[in-house]
Design a protein around this ligand. Structure first.
Ligand SMILES: [Mn+2]
Length: 431
């Protein structure tokens, strides 16, 4: 008899999930871990999801005179990219129904909706984001923001806020000031502070001789942008190791922004894809948080030269979440996703990344780390190692399924069916 083909997207039943969870909860309780509490805590952590996965970082401007200004390149031509604000919002509504837990949305200045009128980036106002605000309000979701310091003719020789050209620098200072006003208006309208994260691509391709001048100019430009405190928003700054076309020198390096955030009282953004592959962001957290009040995590996944692959439940992501929980720093950490993959279904890319981060947070909250920490303190290295290693044997999957059940989102990979149905619906319209 021919065997029925296996359907890997077939989810477990609710009864199966409840049965497995009951046993798992006992197993964790025996190690001093409250699984119910971990599920609740993991669901309550807001994850800010990046709008730019929907449209390959194209933005909603006409792109008149847009230039490739370095460091950002979406690869792939999977059909169905969103073309308008309405399409991005509809796509995210579809994705959000498949992601458990509290979500925020994260937009860039280049997603302004100006009613067909050309409004340059230094003239943007809160009203140009009214549709994003209304949509977020209706869904009771927070909204985060970013200046867009790339893909614009005023990026000159790969430089923005660090340009030697005073007119260029002044333009980007005005743009960044506008984004802070917009972020403040967003935060006020939605009743939750809006994170405004400043990243710029400034750098040079090869054998940079003057490494001081651009950093000196960036320092003063940022001070001009951030001089006045703004209510209802949180300022953050984000470093990068290198970008395409600026392999030799990045003005806003890690050291630059670490020192900047510590001395200026702004949040520091760690993008997991913006470091040397052997460098551990997890290890940086405990040191950084001694000097910086808030850290913004951009969960992304670097592969060789690219920093923007879809987030997965990797060792690196787990290490960052573990460190956030073990150190007690969860209240000081803001979680966001930052990647864009144009080679696969973009709604699925959101779902996979957001579920992976939520999973890693739950995994961290379920860690029986107190006994291991005790052994470490007592100098029992082998016992600590054995206890840490035991974690892989615990029934984590049963708790994750329970979390999805509690959040009323599809179990296992059955969400793939929802994504496929949505794809059929939108493909006919988007061509
Ligand atoms: Mn980032």
């Amino acid at each position: 008899m021919p065997r029925k083909p296996l359907d890997a997207t077939q989810p477990p039943t609710a009864a199966q999930v409840r049965g497995a969870y009951k046993l798992a909860r006992e197993r964790y309780a025996a190690l001093g871990v409250d699984a119910d509490g971990a599920v609740r805590a993991a669901l309550a952590i807001p994850i800010s999801v990046q709008c730019w996965q929907a449209d390959d970082v194209r933005g909603l401007e006409a792109h008149e005179g847009a230039v490739d200004s370095g460091g950002l390149q979406a690869t792939g031509n999977y059909p169905g990219a969103a073309r308008t604000g309405d399409e991005i919002r509809a796509d995210f509504d579809a994705a959000a129904a498949l992601i458990p837990g509290k979500l925020r949305f994260n937009i860039h200045a280049m997603y302004a909706e100006t009613g067909g009128k050309r409004v340059d980036r230094d003239e943007l106002e809160p009203r140009h984001f009214a549709r994003w605000i209304d949509w977020s309000k209706a869904r009771r979701r927070g909204l985060d923001f970013n200046p867009t310091c790339f893909a614009h003719p005023m990026v000159k020789d790969g430089l923005t806020l660090s340009s030697p050209d005073e007119a260029v620098r002044a333009f980007w200072v005005r743009h960044c000031l506008a984004t802070r006003r917009i972020a403040s208006a967003i935060g006020k309208a939605l009743g939750t502070p809006c994170v405004n994260n400043i990243w710029l691509p400034d750098g040079r391709k090869d054998s940079t001789v003057d490494r001081t001048g651009p950093r000196h100019r960036l320092l003063h430009a940022l001070d001009a942008v951030l001089a006045r405190p703004m209510p209802h928003m949180i300022d953050a700054v984000e470093s990068k190791l290198f970008g395409i076309g600026c392999e030799d020198y990045t003005v806003g390096s890690h050291e630059f922004y670490l020192a900047y955030a510590a001395t200026r009282g702004v949040a520091l953004c760690y993008d997991l894809g913006h470091f040397h592959p052997t460098e551990s962001v997890a290890d940086k957290l405990s040191a950084t948080l001694l000097f910086v009040d808030k850290v913004l995590i951009h969960a992304s996944r670097g592969i060789r030269w690219d920093s923007d692959h879809v987030v997965r439940f990797t060792d690196e992501l787990r290490a960052v979440c573990d460190e956030a929980v073990r150190s007690g720093a969860l209240p000081d950490i803001l979680w966001a996703l930052d990647y864009f993959d144009a080679s696969i279904n973009r709604v699925a890319a959101w779902v996979i990344g957001a579920r992976a981060l939520r999973k890693a947070l739950l995994y961290a909250l379920l860690e029986p780390f107190a006994p291991a920490a005790e052994r470490e303190e007592q100098g029992s290295g082998a016992a600590k190692l054995a206890l840490v290693e035991q974690r892989a044997e615990l029934p984590f999957g049963a708790v994750w399924d329970q979390l999805c059940l509690a959040a009323d989102v599809p179990l296992g990979t059955s969400w793939l069916r929802d994504v496929a149905a949505y794809e059929v619906l939108t493909r006919s319209r988007r061509g």
